[in-house]
Design a protein. Structure first.
Length: 394
């Protein structure tokens, strides 16, 4: 595949109105819903070791999501956000790139982070905002980040990571290193101006970015068909002069292959690529949401039948790389690990209150020191609201 040059405008005396849906992109799928392979389809080269790692990561995330959703309901953590039904999209794509490639995440891609090596302990320390949290307890639960794992810290405002990824990848290109940036976002976030700014900049500067849109059908309670009138997100790439792939986000092999090809284009051809992974958010948006108010059980059921983890499991069993018994045992082992670490993490103290002003300036300013003193005074004044042990204030 060669680099495409910007087309020149042709002249015509025939009035031409381009149909609104001139671009209609098919969805790339290798594994059918029953776990069998499409006739003639070529699976990506995935070793048994890698396939089992992807599967185990899917199981771990499913279990983590289930347990931490429950932990929020029990009042043990303040907030949680599940990726139920979308595990193949984040894990399949993270598996297809190199460890040194940067990942910029929206917030529902815990699978990518786990695949990179974020441990159950790391997840728990962040979720409980304790003193071992890499972010020093300064963020809401699920706003993970890890410099060691090349995973940029998540920020809540939608879409901010999209132009940041374009800039970061342009930097990678200028430095001449052979790495790219994979940036995740939802179809809802693609309504932000930052989406346009980021994609256009990357296309013009030929930055090695993989823009990975998880189209899960909803932006909280807003269904995708109220979000756009076009054929989803992928055709927008054409307007920016960018290549696009639409893939079945519930088919881990298709996601893997699509991302591998996107990485090849990003680095060998030197162009960004937009991937749209079609999936469904099987859980509520977060622990603050109740989807029964805006969608039916029947609709949800249809997607249960397309479950990405079961689909992959069926393929693994047919291949002889997994058994149903072993899959169940693995799930139990993940559950045990999650529950053990959860119990540990909730007893670890919160970061010391003095940490609140570190890492901002090299030396804290007088104003910061004054504000910290006032905060400590406030904590001392209302001990019933602030357990002294949690803040480290005597
Ligand atoms: C700039 C901005 N506007 C609104 C919100 C509130 N908000 C948080 S998540 C969300 C929905 C995003 O949907 P989508 O991008 O499709 O991701 P999904 O949750 O489906 O994974 C909204 C509106 C926000 N965080 N930031
Ligand atoms: Mg969405």
């Amino acid at each position: 595949m060669t680099k495409e040059t910007t087309p020149t405008t042709k002249v015509t005396s025939t009035l031409t109105v381009i149909p609104a849906h001139a671009v209609n992109i098919p969805m790339f799928q290798l594994l059918k819903e029953d776990g069998t392979v499409h006739k003639g389809a070529v699976l990506p080269e995935v070793s048994k070791e890698l396939a089992l790692k992807m599967f185990s990561t899917m199981q771990f995330i499913r279990l983590l999501d289930e347990r931490m959703f429950a932990a929020q309901r029990q009042g043990r953590i303040s907030f949680y956000l599940s990726s139920l039904g979308e595990e193949a999209a984040s894990i399949g794509s993270a598996a297809a790139i190199e460890f040194e490639d940067m990942i910029m995440s929206q917030y529902r891609e815990q699978g990518a982070l786990a695949f990179r090596g974020f441990t159950v302990e790391d997840f728990m320390n962040q979720l409980f905002s304790n003193e071992r949290d890499l972010g020093k307890g300064r963020q809401m639960p699920v706003h993970y980040g890890s410099a060691a794992l090349n995973f940029m810290t998540i920020s809540s405002p939608l879409g901010t990571q999209i132009p940041q990824a374009a800039g970061y990848a342009y930097g990678q290109k200028l430095e001449g290193n052979k790495n790219c940036t994979l940036v995740y976002f939802g179809e809802g976030a693609a309504s932000e101006g930052d989406f346009h700014a980021g994609l256009n900049m990357a296309a013009v500067f030929k930055a090695p970015v993989i823009f990975f849109c998880r189209n899960n059908g909803y932006a909280i309670s807003t269904p995708a068909n109220e979000q756009y009138a076009g054929d989803g997100i992928a055709p927008r790439a054409t307007g920016y002069g960018m290549k696009a792939i639409r893939v079945d986000g519930n088919d881990i092999f298709a996601v893997y292959k699509a991302t591998q090809e996107a990485r090849r284009i990003a680095l060998e051809v030197g162009e960004p690529v937009l991937i749209e992974a079609m999936s469904y958010r099987m859980a509520g948006h977060s622990t603050s949401d109740d989807p029964s108010g805006y969608r039916t059980k029947e609709e949800e059921q249809q997607w249960h039948n397309k479950d990405p983890m079961l689909r992959f499991q069926k393929w693994l069993v047919a291949k002889g790389w997994m058994t149903e018994e072993l899959a169940a045992e693995q799930m139990e082992a993940h559950k045990k690990a999650v529950l053990e670490e959860l119990k540990k993490a909730e007893t670890i103290p919160a970061p010391h209150v003095d940490e609140i002003i570190t890492d901002v300036y090299d030396t804290p300013t007088d104003l910061q020191k004054e504000q910290l003193a006032a905060l400590k005074e406030h904590i001392r004044k209302y001990p019933e609201a602030y357990p002294a042990t949690a803040a480290g204030v005597k």
